[in-house]
Design a protein around this ligand. Structure first.
Ligand code: C2O
Ligand code: CU
Length: 475
């Protein structure tokens, strides 16, 4: 079974995530079934069997990428069909440094058009994987751009016209991690202690194949997958861990907690490090959002477990099981304390009065400002370098996770509904959650130097495909 997931060529020569786990990383762990959950106060993990968390291979930014249908083991022992990048679900983790030139030769071996969108990365229009730049079956394109932005976790996924939701639901997504000198200066866990977690829901049919039946209101699956593994478990040493979390679901929101009531030390989000570390007991996150958290496993005795739990569904997402061993290579004795400064390169335009304020109403399940997406329509122009406020509202059918291509933004305010901003909404964001009755204002400035067409859309992928998206042009 382990042979169904193969490492792509070019495993990173730099810092490697989970260097010890590559090919065969999905081998199911026998004997975890009878673990007691010792300290659970939230939904306790069930006593069923667990499967060893798959960790995608880390690769360099010149690694070839292929989308194709393939066979994956989601952890239950049955191999099923999915759509995969380089044979794995999720696809390989790109790990790059700020300033690196990315050149990813991509081949579409699907039987439908696709694109690769680099969500969170600020790249030229032609490399942004927009629906306009579809790659036909058997077609190729080398995605080439320079990584100009700060350290953080972005990701990549298909973005073809009308078919983003199904291609993502069937398995196409992967992480993209940027490092820089600001992050290097921090004392944070690395190597085996820095673990990417792509969290989503899914449905599988009786044969074990991923299945998808999208409704306009959004797809919700009935099992959780963490890095493509159901009932996932990770053996942890007695030290701090850094989890790079991406919500890769089509439409489901997750409210992440730890089953022992411990807090997450939140250090980053979509656009990288927060200004200061903060402890949070729970995080409500929507499709496309990322968080970077430190979790203290130093008190976990051998065979003791703590669950990463979604309190919305009651699902245990990942069971952390103590190895009883101290931390090894990549572990750090001390991590940034709550309240400690992490970075000073956050948005600098928060106090600059906007030149233009634009209002966007996310209407129903298919429209922005009353208009269904039209590939050929440019909705407005944004002068490069202008500070603008974009105000997101809805008259129902939320949640709408609102995503902007081409720039990161600063979330300024949320009125109505939850009436506040959350710690994971500090710093730089590219996706923000809009609930019913809420008005969320973000401030942004397209100052990357790139001009051209970008997208604004709901990241509930069924809403996006149904038309809750628009084109704008940076001029
Ligand atoms: Cu993650 Cu336009 O998308
Ligand atoms: Cu929506």
């Amino acid at each position: 079974m382990g042979g169904t997931r193969v490492a792509g060529a070019g495993v990173s020569r730099r810092r490697v995530l989970q260097a010890a786990v590559g090919v065969g990383g999905v081998a199911a762990l026998g004997g975890l079934g009878a673990l007691r959950s010792s300290t659970s106060i939230a939904a306790p993990p069930p006593r069923g069997s667990t499967n060893r968390l798959f960790i995608p291979p880390s690769v360099t930014p010149d690694t070839a990428l292929t989308a194709a249908s393939g066979q994956v083991d989601l952890g239950g022992g049955t191999v099923g069909k999915a759509l995969v990048y380089n044979g794995t679900l999720p696809g390989p983790n790109f790990v790059v440094r700020r300033g690196d030139a990315v050149a990813v030769p991509f081949t579409n071996n699907l039987d439908a058009e696709t694109t690769v969108h680099w969500h969170g990365l600020i790249v030229p229009t032609a490399e942004d994987g927009q629906p306009h730049e579809a790659i036909a079956p058997n077609g190729t394109h080398t995605y080439a751009f320079t990584v100009k932005q700060r350290a953080g976790m972005s990701w990549y996924h298909p973005h073809p016209h009308l078919a983003t939701a199904s291609q993502v639901a069937y398995g196409l997504a992967g992480g993209f991690i940027i490092r820089d000198s600001v992050e290097d200066a921090l004392s944070v866990p690395s190597e085996a202690y820095e673990v990417p977690l792509v969290i989503r829901d899914a449905n599988v049919d009786k044969a074990g194949n991923l299945s998808y039946n999208g409704k306009a209101s959004g797809f919700t699956g009935n099992i959780a997958l963490v890095n493509g593994t159901r009932d996932a478990a990770l053996e942890v040493d007695q030290t701090w861990y850094r989890f790079r979390i991406l919500i890769g679901s089509n439409s489901r929101l997750f409210n992440l907690t730890l089953s022992n009531g411990a807090t997450f030390r939140l250090i980053g989000n979509d656009g990288g490090l927060l200004p200061t570390a903060v402890d949070v007991p729970a995080m409500e996150l929507s499709p496309g959002e990322r968080v970077d958290v430190l979790v203290d496993c130093s008190g976990l005795a051998a065979t003791q477990t703590v669950g990463l739990v979604d309190t919305n569904s009651g699902w245990p997402l990942l069971r952390l099981t103590g190895s009883g061993k101290p931390g090894g290579l990549g572990a750090v004795a001390t991590v940034p304390a709550a309240g400690e400064g992490l970075s000073s390169d956050g948005p600098t335009f928060g106090d600059i009065a906007p030149v233009t304020t634009r209002l966007f109403s996310f209407d129903g399940m298919t429209r922005i400002n009353g208009v269904v997406y039209d590939m050929a329509l440019n909705s407005f122009n944004v002068p490069a370098g202008d500070v603008e406020d974009w105000v997101f509202r809805t008259n129902g059918n939320a949640p709408h996770p609102v995503h902007v291509h081409g720039a990161s933004f600063k979330v300024m305010s949320r009125d109505g509904g939850r009436r506040r901003l959350f710690p994971w909404e500090e710093g730089w964001k590219d996706t923000v959650l809009l609930h019913d009755r809420e008005t969320v204002t973000v401030r942004l400035r397209f100052d990357s130097g790139y001009k051209g067409r970008y997208l604004l859309h709901c990241h509930k992928l069924e809403h996006e495909d149904a038309g809750m998206m628009l084109n704008f042009t940076v001029v």
